[in-house]
Design a protein around this ligand. Structure first.
Ligand code: DAH
Length: 482
C-alpha cells in the first residue's frame, strides 16, 4: 500500500502551534515514531457509558480509554445551540441543500466499521492502541466519521449525506490538539441503473455539476490530471469520463463550501490596524492525496493568513466499499474535514480547549442568529512551564500495533499529563532527548506548560500537579526520573 510519509513532524519536535499545525496526523500516513507501554486497565469486565442508552460494553486487555474520555461521549458539542462548533456545522450544511444530515451517530463502533470496511489493512498503524481508544479488541471510539460510510451507503436513504460527530484520537497536547474533536463527513453518489434512456451516467452527473454555484473569482490551482496511473489511479470498475464528472462535482461542491467559510472568516477578521483585510481573490489548491477508501484522492488547501492550510481530504469512493454495502451500481465522492480547525479560524479561537469551556465569558460570545464575529479573549492568564526528565525503561520499543504492551509511546506521556492535569495542561513538548553512548538507555525531557483558560493558577497548585505527574510517570510508565 502506498502510504505517504507523515506531513507533520513528530509532535514533540515541532514549533509553536499555529493554525497550520492544526492538521492531525492522519491514521493512514505513518507509523508512530515510538511505541507504547500503555498497560491495560485490568481483568475483563464491562462498563456502562453515559449516553449509550443503558447499553454496556465488555472490556478486555485492549481497553485503554480513560474515564475522562468516556465522559466526553455525552457532550455532543456540535449539537449545542449557539456553540461555535454547531454554528460551523450549520454553515457548512447550508451549502449542501437536499443532503441528509446525520448528527447523532453513537461514537462507539466496531473495528470493522472504523477500519476494515474502509479497506485499512490488518497491520495498518492507525489500528495501534497507542493512537486509538479501544474498549475491547473489536470495539473502539471512532477515530473518524468515515467509520459510518459503509452503513450509510448500505441504508441508501439519500444520494447525498453529511455526518457530523465527535471523534477520538490519542495525540499530542497543545493548543490545536485535543483527544476528542469533531469531524464532518460528506458523500454523494449516483446510481448507474437509474440513468434515463438516451443519456449517460456522465451526462447526468455533469447536469448536477451545473446546479452548484460556481465561483469565478476564486483563484483555484488544480495542476494535476484528475487521474494518474501511479499517483492517483482510476479504479478498474470506473470509466474515465464518469470519474471526470464525479471529480468535477466534488470539487465544485467543496469549493463552494470553502468560499462560504472563508468569506465569513474574512468578514470577521480585522487586521491589527482595524482595517478590513485586502480584497484579494481567495486562493485554493487541489493536491493529490492517498486514502485507503478513495481513488483518485485529493486534499484541498486554502491560503490563509500567509500559509497554505489543509482543510479537507476527499476522493472518489472505492467501488469495493459500495459493493460490500450492497449498492454496487453506485459511484460517487466523499470528503472529511475537522470542525474545530474551521471554527478556530472562523471565530479566531486561539486554543482548542476553549470549545469545552462552560464559562459564559466564552459561550455567550457566539450566536447562530448573528454574523460570525471574532472571539474576544477574556484574559490571558499566566503560563507556568515545568520540565520533567527521565530515563526510559530498558528495552523500550517494540510494536504495539498488534496489541503488545511492551514499549514506550509519546502519546502515553500525553495522556498521562491529561489524566493528571486535565485542561490545565496547555502544551506538552519534548525539549531534549538523547541516548547514553555506553548504556544505550534513552533519556527524554518534556516541558509542560500549565495554564488555565479561566483563572490564574497558584504556585502550590502547579507544583502539586507537577509532582503528581512525576510520580504517575514512574508508577505507570516505569520511567526513572533524573
Ligand atoms: N477520514 C479522514 C480523516 O479522518 C478524512 C477523509 C478523507 C474522509 C477522505 C473522507 C475522504 O471521506 O474521502 O482524516
Amino acid at each position: 500500500m502506498a502510504t505517504r510519509v507523515a506531513a507533520r513532524a513528530s509532535s514533540a519536535v515541532r514549533g509553536p502551534p499555529s493554525l497550520l499545525s492544526l492538521a492531525r496526523r492522519p491514521r493512514w500516513r505513518s507509523p508512530s515514531p515510538v511505541q507504547s507501554c500503555y498497560s491495560s486497565s485490568g481483568p475483563t469486565s464491562s462498563i456502562a457509558i453515559e449516553g449509550a442508552d443503558g447499553k454496556t460494553y465488555k472490556t478486555d486487555e485492549w481497553m485503554n480509554t480513560p474515564p475522562s474520555i468516556l465522559s466526553a461521549v455525552s457532550k455532543r458539542l456540535h449539537l449545542q445551540p449557539d456553540h461555535p462548533l454547531a454554528i460551523t456545522r450549520q454553515l457548512i450544511e447550508s451549502r449542501f441543500p437536499g443532503y441528509a444530515y446525520h448528527n447523532a451517530l453513537f461514537p462507539i463502533v466496531t473495528t470493522h466499521q472504523n477500519f476494515d470496511s474502509l479497506g485499512f489493512p490488518p497491520d495498518h498503524p492507525g489500528r495501534s492502541r497507542t493512537d486509538t481508544y479501544y474498549i475491547n479488541s473489536k470495539t473502539v471510539l471512532r477515530t473518524h466519521t468515515s467509520a459510518h460510510q459503509a452503513d450509510t451507503f448500505r441504508a441508501n436513504e439519500t444520494p447525498g449525506y453529511l455526518i457530523s460527530a465527535d471523534v477520538y484520537r490519542r495525540d499530542a497536547v497543545d493548543r490545536s490538539h485535543y483527544p476528542v474533536f469533531h469531524q464532518m463527513e460528506g458523500a454523494m453518489t449516483w446510481d448507474r441503473d437509474s440513468v434515463p434512456a438516451g443519456s449517460t451516467l456522465a451526462q447526468q452527473i455533469w447536469a448536477d455539476v451545473a446546479k452548484i454555484p460556481a465561483h469565478p473569482g476564486l483563484a483555484a490551482q488544480d495542476p494535476n490530471p484528475t487521474m494518474h496511473p501511479d499517483r492517483n489511479p482510476l479504479q478498474p470498475e470506473h470509466a474515465a469520463d464518469e470519474v471526470e464528472a464525479v471529480a468535477a462535482h466534488l470539487k465544485r461542491s467543496l469549493e463552494d463550501v470553502v468560499v462560504a467559510i472563508f468569506t465569513a472568516a474574512r468578514a470577521a477578521t480585522t487586521t491589527p490596524s482595524g482595517d478590513a483585510p485586502p480584497d484579494e481573490p481567495l486562493q485554493i489548491r487541489w493536491v493529490e492525496a492517498y486514502f485507503p477508501f478513495t481513488s483518485p484522492s485529493w486534499e484541498l488547501e486554502v491560503f490563509w493568513q500567509g500559509e497554505w492550510l489543509e482543510v479537507l481530504g476527499s476522493g472518489v469512493v472505492r467501488h469495493s466499499i459500495l459493493a460490500a454495502a450492497g449498492v454496487p451500481t453506485r459511484i460517487g465522492w466523499a470528503f472529511g474535514l475537522g470542525l474545530e480547525r474551521i471554527a478556530m479560524l472562523l471565530f479566531s479561537i486561539p486554543d482548542i480547549r476553549l470549545f469545552w469551556s462552560e464559562d459564559q465569558r466564552f459561550l455567550s460570545q457566539f450566536s447562530a442568529s448573528k454574523p460570525i464575529a471574532r472571539f474576544a479573549p477574556f484574559s490571558k492568564y499566566p503560563a507556568c512551564f515545568k520540565d520533567v526528565s527521565f530515563w526510559l525503561p530498558v528495552g523500550a520499543g517494540g510494536n504495539s500495533a498488534g496489541g503488545l504492551v511492551a514499549g514506550f509511546h509519546e502519546n502515553d506521556v500525553m495522556e498521562l499529563v491529561r489524566d493528571v492535569a486535565g485542561d490545565l495542561a496547555e502544551d506538552v513538548r519534548l525539549v531534549d532527548e538523547f541516548t547514553h553512548p555506553k548504556t544505550g538507555r534513552r533519556s527524554c525531557c518534556y516541558r509542560i506548560n500549565y495554564r488555565s483558560l479561566e483563572r490564574t493558577l497558584t504556585n502550590e497548585e502547579t507544583n502539586e500537579l507537577h509532582e503528581r505527574l512525576r510520580r504517575t510517570l514512574v508508577g505507570r510508565l516505569g520511567v526513572e526520573l533524573r
